[in-house]
Design a protein around this ligand. Structure first.
Ligand SMILES: [Fe+2]
Length: 295
């Protein structure tokens, strides 16, 4: 019920120009034709988007704004208990609306004066090289749809709650934003698909699912944990391992389940030294050596 996953529904552009989001039969919105029509329209906005123009506004229902309000309220309580101080300071600086879903253009307007980051609309899964590459330029690809209102605390795919509450609060921190940019530079620098995948896995185990020791307690800074109503209560009981580039870059994970292996930084400086330092300099050779050391 409270599980969250990171699986994107496939999006298909039809010959007549319409767009269809292929929700799985297990998706809570599968049998709701009104929700599905809205999902298709929101995906079409992203597919027709031209960079440099304002992001078209997504239409949401009152029920959907209420979903946002309920989830934002609950997550704020959990963040106070479980998020790192740097993440909480980012959330405070950003000041996302609590009562309604912000449009992505509004998120950009709040974020850009703080760290230069702006949002770009994504219909669904963005190819790894594009998704990570544009981080180097201060752009973050984001879905615009919200989970189905019948199960407000569950989503089988990364929705606007994950993208905005999870990521934008982190992107509002100068220090986390710098790490996102370094991940983008690394993705641009590496050439092989294997090296790119290694870079993306290090991102997964840090900026998506990273945890950190703070004043003797385990706190989360990863957007995947901090946007999940269930996972944010569970992460302290997972298999917590020390920050280790070779392990993070090669550990397999299941995107449909709670992450049961997490990597812990001893401090923000530690994360910056190890992971920031890696992204700042890594190339295909260095990554091949790290990966080989694990086998
Ligand atoms: Fe994410």
């Amino acid at each position: 019920m409270f599980e969250e996953a990171q699986y994107f529904a496939p999006v298909a552009a039809q010959e007549d120009g319409s767009v269809v989001v292929e929700l799985a039969s297990s998706h809570p919105g599968f049998a709701d034709p009104v929700y599905r029509a809205r999902r298709n329209a929101i995906a079409a906005l992203a597919l027709n988007y031209r960079p440099g123009t304002p992001i078209p506004e997504a239409e949401y229902t009152e029920q959907e704004h209420e979903v946002w309000a309920a989830v934002a309220r609950e997550l704020a309580v959990k963040h106070a208990k479980y998020a790192t101080a740097e993440y909480l300071a980012g959330a405070e600086r950003l000041g996302l609306p609590r009562e309604r879903i912000p449009q992505l253009e509004e998120v950009s307007r709040l974020l850009e004066p703080l760290t230069g980051f702006r949002y770009l609309p994504a219909a669904g899964l963005v190819p790894l090289r594009d998704f990570y590459g544009v981080l180097a330029d201060g752009f973050f690809h984001s879905t615009q749809y919200i989970r189905h209102h019948s199960v407000p605390f569950y989503t089988p795919e990364p929705d606007v709650v994950h993208e905005v509450i999870g990521h934008a609060n982190a992107l509002a921190s100068d220090r986390y934003a710098a790490l996102y940019r370094l991940a983008g530079q690394a993705a641009r620098r590496v050439e092989s698909e294997q090296a790119l995948e290694f870079v993306s896995k290090v991102f997964w185990f840090t900026l998506e699912f990273g945890v950190m020791r703070e004043a003797g307690e385990l706190r989360a800074y990863g957007a995947g944990i901090l946007s999940s109503y269930g996972e944010v209560e569970e992460f302290r009981g997972m298999d917590i391992r020390p920050l280790d580039l070779a392990a993070m870059g090669t550990t397999e994970y299941d995107i449909t389940k709670y992450q049961d292996v997490l990597f812990c930084a001893e401090s923000l400086e530690h994360l910056e030294d190890v992971v920031g330092g890696f992204w700042a300099t890594c190339d295909d050779d260095a990554i091949a050596k790290l990966a080989a050391a694990r086998v």
